[in-house]
Ligand binder design. Structure first.
Ligand SMILES: *[C@@H]1O[C@H](CO)[C@@H](O)[C@H](O)[C@H]1NC(C)=O
Ligand SMILES: *[C@@H]1O[C@H](CO)[C@@H](O)[C@H](O)[C@H]1NC(C)=O
Length: 393
């Protein structure tokens, strides 16, 4: 068939085609209106959803706002509680300062009658100072926590007299080994005792009352019921001298440290021993030690109680006793006894130590650095002291 025949057929087909077209258009229109209906349904739904969403959002926002307000209120409450705690603490401190240190009275004449064994030991006599040192401590200026080493009790110190930078560490309350670190750096930087030399002593030490003074270790040895002060030369590691401490029926000198019977302390004036005996269970005694011969030059009964004492040191001839409570709180110097009688009791500052971990196992005053090496529940701490001049009586 050629194209001309088709042309011939067209006029005949036209009406049928038109009908089909009509049907198709109707169909499309139906579909469109269906679609439109659905779209409008969707539209309705989505607008409903969006309304719901908006409502929900508003609700949540409202809840958040309420929560925020509550948090604000709680924060304010916590703040006011903190302020109250602060105020309470200050009040306790204030009350404690109002509760003054026991007066450092001149010792009763009758006590002078009790003569102590040797002629050298003068008891409760006026002391003649060797130096013109007239300082007393005013406050703790700064505190530095150096590290945590060893057990809960122990002591660490530099040589209190010489210029050596070595650090000596006694870990625990009874042993025969002392660690020596060449400098502070080696002590603080390294975790173990890798950088330390060990000195094994010929006799074990007991307590935390030992001292390094002018190249010598002065340490306490227990022998049955009595105690010995051993002087040990650190350069050639030999015992230079030893002497039985001339006090009978000794008891622990600090109420809170059961293992220390004698505390050897160095100050600007020399060496001192702090101790206690059954004769006066309540208060501590003080003795001046000759570092060369270990002889006791003079002795005093002090008015400083043993109860709740955790440590003591001597500054310019004045014994400073540090007190705490059995549940450790803030340690403070609360009794000062000046052997030369130049420090007026009311002039003795009540010195508070900053808050710490537990209680002080030892407090070593360095007269050349004017700072205290403290051992606090296994932490080694330095307290820098602020000094002031004594007001002469
Ligand atoms: C000293 O301390 C070390 C380490 O804690 C321990 O092994 C040793 O037995 C102690 N020595 C004495 C004599 O107590
Ligand atoms: C150790 O040194 C001291 C003081 O220099 C001296 O008196 C003593 O004899 C020395 N001991 C030994 C065993 O070298």
């Amino acid at each position: 068939m050629g194209p001309w025949r088709c042309l011939l057929l067209l006029p005949l087909l036209a009406p049928a085609l038109r009908a089909q077209q009509q049907q198709f258009m109707e169909y499309v229109e139906r579909r469109l209106s269906l679609l439109e209906e659905r779209i409008s349904q969707w539209h309705d739904q989505s607008s409903r959803y969006s309304t719901e969403l908006r409502d929900f959002k508003n609700q949540v926002l409202g809840m958040l706002e309420a929560a925020e307000k509550e948090r604000e209120a709680m924060r304010a409450e916590a703040e006011s509680a903190a302020v109250r705690v602060d105020r309470l603490e200050r009040e306790v401190d204030y009350l404690e300062t109002q509760n003054p240190a026991p007066p450092c009275v001149e010792v009763d004449e009758t006590l002078m009658d009790k003569q102590v064994a040797t002629a050298k030991q003068r008891k409760n006599e006026k002391y003649t100072k060797l130096t013109d040192c007239s300082d007393t401590i005013a406050s703790v200026r700064a505190m530095k926590i150096l590290k945590r080493f060893g057990s809960a009790s122990g002591l660490w110190t530099k040589d209190a007299a010489g210029s050596s930078e070595k650090i000596y560490v006694f870990d625990g309350t009874a042993n025969d080994t002392v660690y020596v670190f060449p400098r502070m750096r080696e002590f603080t930087l390294f975790s173990a005792t890798r950088k330390a030399a060990r000195i094994k002593l010929p006799y074990p030490w007991v307590g935390t009352g030992h001292l390094v003074y002018d190249g010598h270790l002065y340490y306490i040895r227990q022998q049955g019921l009595s105690f010995q002060v051993i002087k040990f030369n650190l350069a050639n590691r030999t015992v230079v001298d030893s002497s039985v401490f001339p006090a009978e029926e000794q008891i622990p000198v600090f109420g809170l440290s059961p293992s220390t019977y004698i505390e050897v302390s160095a100050d600007e004036e020399g060496l001192w021993a702090i101790y206690a005996t059954k004769e006066d269970e309540k208060n501590m005694c003080l003795a001046k030690l000759d570092p060369a011969s270990l002889d006791i030059e003079q002795m005093w009964d002090t008015p400083c109680p043993r109860e709740n004492a955790e440590g003591a040191f001597v500054v310019c001839g004045a014994l400073h006793v540090v007190y705490n409570t059995r549940l450790p709180s803030r340690a403070r110097v609360q009794c000062v006894f000046d052997v030369s009688g130049t420090l007026a009791p009311e002039d003795a500052s009540l010195v508070y130590f900053p808050k710490r971990y537990g209680s002080h196992a030892s407090l070593k005053y360095s007269p050349r650095e004017r700072q205290i090496y403290a051992w606090d529940d296994g932490y080694q701490i330095i307290y820098r002291m602020e000094m002031k001049k004594k007001l002469e009586l």
